[in-house]
Design a protein around this ligand. Structure first.
Ligand code: GLC
Length: 717
């Protein structure tokens, strides 16, 4: 047990002073141990306890398989977490507590929609509330550190991890990133209901070729800085505590072994002062990348590149001492890594509060308030893609409703991938939610398989709600697809049901964009519900029966099929913009980025730009009049897009630079304004500097990325 007189034990001292005092007392072995994160299972617990007693340990990962998010994880018991923590705090010379990390990707026990669906709500304020709840619930379970938010810009829906991020656009991803970091960390990270955030996977992981996880990417520095870097930059500016390095290699370097990416760019240029943890065993995977002969070399490369803590593999524990002895790793580098890690532990208040009250979880998890927010954000993130003849909203007076399809009685598909602590038993099925929403209607329970019983139920119905899509196991880590078609048999089912001529509502539960080209022709209405979390079924029923009006907008482009990939809205003009075609498929997406219908309609007119010309460092305000031209009330996500018409580098045809939700009653109008200044007008130039260049800019305001209401202004030197 450490002497309480040690200065670092004094909570009134500044964190920097506490870190310096503790560092000065540590042996090399104790410093090296802080750079290690291990998982603990029954079979290795004795060795881990012995290691801790001998030299301490940086972190315990609360996971026991590298596919934590793709398979149901063992729950973690607070008593067990406290017990090992007691060894670190009370049975070691300096009493340095462990930091406990866990994949809290979209909620803890209250499961929110997958992050891609939360991005579809275009409501960062709600996202911050969701991550605040996730932090509160996870902290009550002994978690101090979430391996989230995932910031990977994704332009290939074949990649299963597209579900974990905030879509294809840097601006939308950045706004949601800041919300997530603030939600996890709050204003005071030492509060008992706040946890450390971890922006991942730095960097460019979503560029994996072919949409195949872990595959090589090729990203120019120009695209890296202008597309993939902005969310990480926003996270750092929001006070981010940690970053996780990515598995992939690009531009000839594994991300987890790149001094340029980790130290020069992230810690240097962006000024990131937190610590970097490897992703699972990406340190020793440098051997597979064939840039390291063995684990000793892998440890040297990763540590010198800037990976401060090694997740689950133990090359640092095994080799850093010798590398330091031989001068292949410097003492300064070790001090830097340990300083970053200890700073996080002091900021978290772990020295004052190393243990968790085992009774806390039941008091704070899955409360009615948490469920209410999960239901609200799920509904706001659902996207109405089609509504022929205004079939929706349905009347609650319907007598016969057929709720059928392979996902009508699914629970885990509603939760989505990366769910470690959400309970199936607390997750309602779509069938149950519809029965609850329409108690007077006959909503028969029939088998999920397509058979004549199902078709009979359809024949007897007034309306059919057909639930199709993907299970939670078909997306997330290591779950990539070659085709974007719906899973086998589902299109045939949709056709068979459509042929019966009943009003057909398609509810799509999926993690990624799937190819709905045929479904569009067969269904009357299509609601994209994603994997909407614990309260997703209720949120779907809320929308179908009009308790909530749909307002979600797509955070990713929906292709007509994998042959169009890569397909994203912020593409370049090319030298022949009018000769971009394929002979066998249109080049336009099925649904564009930012698209989403509501139960009413909106018009945009009278765009105004307050100044026709501004100086480099000045701002311009653009606005438009939005009117609800339909019969229902509704919320519209008004979007603002910009084009830098002529620049020193090729620039996207348009880029999202602002959005705002407005609620309007039928016939009402509201002027919506956006201010565009250096932050919005700048881009990384050839030398890697953020610059605003003089010249003409176009701006559009509308309801999706194909907005046509156009304004212009110029920037002068
Ligand atoms: C996994 C994932 C990463 C996760 C980590 C711990 O391989 O790539 O996102 O946080 O390992 O489970």
């Amino acid at each position: 047990m450490p002497d309480s007189a040690f200065a670092y034990q004094n909570p009134t001292l500044p964190v920097e002073a506490r870190v310096a005092d503790l560092l000065s007392r540590m042996t090399r072995q104790e410093k090296i141990a802080q750079c290690a994160q291990l998982f603990v299972i029954l079979s290795n617990r004795p060795q881990i306890e012995a290691l801790i007693r001998k030299q301490g340990l940086g972190s315990r990962i609360l996971a026991s398989t590298h596919l934590a998010g793709s398979v149901r994880e063992i729950a973690t018991e607070v008593e067990d977490i406290n017990a090992l923590q007691r060894v670190a705090v009370e049975e070691t010379r300096l009493g340095i507590p462990l930091i406990h990390g866990r994949d809290v990707i979209h909620g803890h026990r209250t499961v929110f929609p997958i992050p891609l669906a939360m991005a579809a709500a275009w409501e960062p304020g709600l996202v911050e509330q969701a991550y605040t709840i996730a932090a509160r619930e996870a902290a009550s379970a002994g978690v101090n550190w979430a391996f989230a938010p995932m910031l990977d810009i994704a332009r290939d829906p074949r990649w299963g991890r597209i579900i974990e991020g905030f879509g294809e656009d840097p601006y939308l991803a950045s706004r949601n990133t800041v919300a997530a970091v603030k939600g996890f960390q709050g204003e005071d990270l030492s509060s008992p209901d706040r946890i450390l955030a971890c922006a991942k996977h730095y960097i460019g992981y979503g560029s994996a070729e072919g949409g195949r996880d872990y595959n090589t990417g090729e990203i120019s520095d120009h695209t890296l800085r202008n597309i993939y870097l902005p969310p990480f930059k926003a996270a750092v500016e929001a006070g981010l505590g940690s970053v996780m390095s990515a598995f992939l290699d690009f531009n000839g370097e594994p991300a987890s072994g790149s001094h340029y990416l980790l130290t020069e760019l992230l810690k240097g240029e962006l000024g990131f002062s937190g610590f970097i943890v490897s992703d699972w065993d990406s340190v020793v995977e440098l051997i597979n990348h064939r840039v390291a002969e063995d684990e000793r070399a892998a440890a040297q490369i990763a540590f010198n590149a800037g990976v401060d803590m090694e997740m689950v593999s133990d090359s640092y524990l095994q080799h850093l001492d010798q590398l330091l002895e031989n001068g292949e790793v410097s003492e300064e580098r070790l001090e830097d890594a340990v300083r970053r890690i200890l700073t996080a532990k002091f900021r978290l208040g772990l020295f004052e509060r190393p243990y968790t009250d085992p009774a806390l979880g039941e008091k704070v998890q899955f409360t009615p308030e948490h469920q209410a927010l999960a239901r609200r954000i799920a509904g706001m993130g659902m996207v109405l893609l089609q509504n022929k003849n205004s079939l929706l909203p349905l009347s609650r007076d319907l007598k016969h409703i057929a709720v059928i399809g392979p996902l009508a009685r699914q629970r885990s598909a509603l939760l989505g991938a990366w769910v470690l602590d959400g309970l199936i038993s607390e997750t309602q099925t779509l069938l149950e939610a519809i029965q609850q929403a329409c108690p007077q209607a006959e909503v028969p329970e029939i088998s999920d398989a397509m058979n004549d019983e199902m078709l009979m139920a359809v024949a007897d119905s007034d309306v059919v709600i057909l639930a199709v899509g993907e299970s939670n196991a078909r997306s997330g880590e290591y779950n990539c697809v070659a085709s974007l078609d719906l899973p086998a048999g589902q299109e045939a089912l949709i056709e068979a049901v459509a042929n019966l001529g009943k009003p057909l509502v398609l509810v799509v539960l999926a993690g990624r964009p799937v190819n709905l080209t045929r479904a569009v022709r067969l269904a009357d209405a299509i609601l994209y519900a994603w994997h909407p979390g614990s309260l997703g079924a209720k949120a779907i029923a809320d929308i179908l029966f009009g308790a909530v009006y749909p307002s979600g907008k797509l955070p990713v482009t929906f292709p007509r099929g994998e042959g169009q990939i890569p397909l994203y809205y912020n593409h370049k003009s090319t030298g022949r913009p009018h000769m971009n075609r394929t002979l066998d498929l249109p080049v336009e997406p099925l649904y564009p980025f930012g698209f989403g219908l509501s139960y009413t309609t909106f018009s945009y007119r009278d765009i105004k730009v307050d100044r026709s010309s501004i100086k480099l460092a000045e701002s311009v305000t653009v606005s438009a009049l939005v009117t609800n031209t339909g019969r229902h009330a509704g919320e519209e996500v008004v979007q603002c897009y910009l084009q830098d018409c002529v620049a020193s580098l090729t620039r996207p045809v348009r880029e999202l630079k602002g959005f705002a939700r407005v609620a309007l009653q039928p016939g009402k109008s509201q002027r919506v304004s956006f201010t565009l200044g250096p932050a919005e007008l700048s881009f990384y130039d050839r030398s890697g500097k953020l610059v605003v260049e003089p010249g003409k800019f176009k701006v559009w305001i509308g309801g999706d990325s194909q907005a046509t209401l156009e304004g212009q202004f110029s920037v002068t030197p």
